[in-house]
Write a protein that binds this ligand. Structure first.
Ligand code: SAH
Length: 358
């Protein structure tokens, strides 16, 4: 019987894995490091650009391994702050978006971890059509590589806060972190990497046990289970009490302070009582609170809290020695909330596409 062997995704392989695979193909060990550095440090986009490995090996690689590259479909740059949103096309035609932000302390890229999302948070545009599929480690990495090449600038911080629930794609996430922080790759420090989750409790424990030095951000958004359930379906599965225990475990295991993300929704979660509840949760964990004025999406009727309410909320936290920042809305003039660029693209595609989608 004919075997149709799938070509391995070379950009998702660790250096030891690549070394082993090349040795099996009869190649010298040192080749693996050369090839790995071409991909992950010099960020080349084809075997042909690996000029010191020879044509024969280039052909052999082509035959045995596929080379993942993302194509830029669209780029929008904010006139306000230079923030850029990229829409990428994957090999199977799916699209994902990423954001490039310039800060005083360096450039930051926000990447997607899945095509769509199945978590169903009520205020989020990324989840409206559900989950299409997980992203591979190379597809997560290449969002950063492609942006770095396109801007010609170094990326020093990465946040996994775009479309998708990273903990729902756990194994690929961990491999992505390994590759991103590898000394033979971009070598981004674990401390400059933040992973944001809606709170998959067992995965928080699993991540804690790996004892990485990354920042874990928990999307809390409400301080009672009742209210959280109205905003986030995941709250039906795990209570805030269970979540706080998992966060305490993470802090204990890694020594890294947790960040709570709290999207302020006008008249929903921005009262004095909400602030008091948040202080009660954040203080014992020494958690940092990141307040995000909700970015309204047209499919839902959530509105932003008033400026006065946002300031009062932050001041309440700070008076009680809870460290809080209000996330400045970068690139407000370019398709607001996460997932909206992709959605707009899909909607336009549907309009121009005469054949009905199944
Ligand atoms: N699934 C992960 C990461 C992606 S979302 C998570 O839930 O954390 C990144 C952050 O943006 C989360 O805190 C999410 O709740 C928040 N978010 C999503 N849509 C938003 C919106 N319209 N306005 C404000 N924050 C939003």
């Amino acid at each position: 019987m004919m075997q149709t062997e799938e070509r391995k995704d070379i950009k998702s392989m660790t250096l030891p894995e690549l070394t082993e695979a090349l040795e099996e193909l009869g190649e010298k060990k040192f080749r693996a490091k050369q090839i790995y550095q071409w991909m992950h440090q010099k960020l080349v986009r084809s075997y042909a650009e690996m000029t010191n490995i020879g044509g024969t090996l280039q052909h052999k690689l082509e035959e045995h391994f596929k080379f993942t590259n993302l194509n830029i479909l669209r780029m929008q740059e904010s006139k306000m702050d230079g923030t850029r949103k990229y829409l990428f096309e994957l090999e199977d035609g799916e699209v994902v978006e990423s954001v490039f932000m310039r800060y005083k302390h360096g450039n930051s890229v926000c990447i997607s971890s899945q095509v769509g999302c199945r978590m169903g948070c009520r205020f989020c545009a990324s989840t409206l059509d559900g989950l299409a599929r997980n992203l591979t480690p190379s597809e997560m990495l290449d969002q950063i590589y492609a942006i770095s090449l396109h801007t010609g600038e170094r990326v020093s911080n990465v946040v996994v806060m775009g479309t998708g629930e990273p903990m729902d794609n756990f194994d690929n996430l961990i491999r992505f972190i390994q590759l991103l922080t590898d000394e033979n790759g971009l070598h981004i420090s674990q401390r400059n990497l933040t992973v944001s989750t809606c709170g998959l409790v067992p995965k928080i424990y699993e991540l804690a046990d790996l004892q990485l030095q990354i920042t874990l951000a928990l999307s809390l958004h409400a301080v009672t289970d009742e209210k959280r359930r109205t905003l986030m379906p995941i709250a039906n599965q795990y209570s805030i009490d269970e979540l706080m225990k998992a966060c305490a475990y993470y802090f204990e295991k890694t020594g890294r302070r947790i960040t709570f993300e709290y999207s302020l929704v006008g008249g929903v979660n921005d009262t004095k009582e909400d602030a008091a509840g948040l202080i009660g949760l954040a203080a014992p964990l020494h958690a940092h609170v990141n307040l995000i004025p909700v970015n309204p999406i047209k499919e839902r009727d959530f509105v932003q809290s008033e400026e006065r309410a946002i300031t009062a909320f932050r001041e309440r936290l700070e008076k009680n020695r809870v460290n809080a920042t209000v996330r400045r809305e970068m690139g407000r003039d370019i398709d607001g909330a996460c997932g909206q660029l992709r959605r707009r693209h899909m909607e336009n595609k549907d309009e121009t596409n005469a054949s009905p989608c199944p």
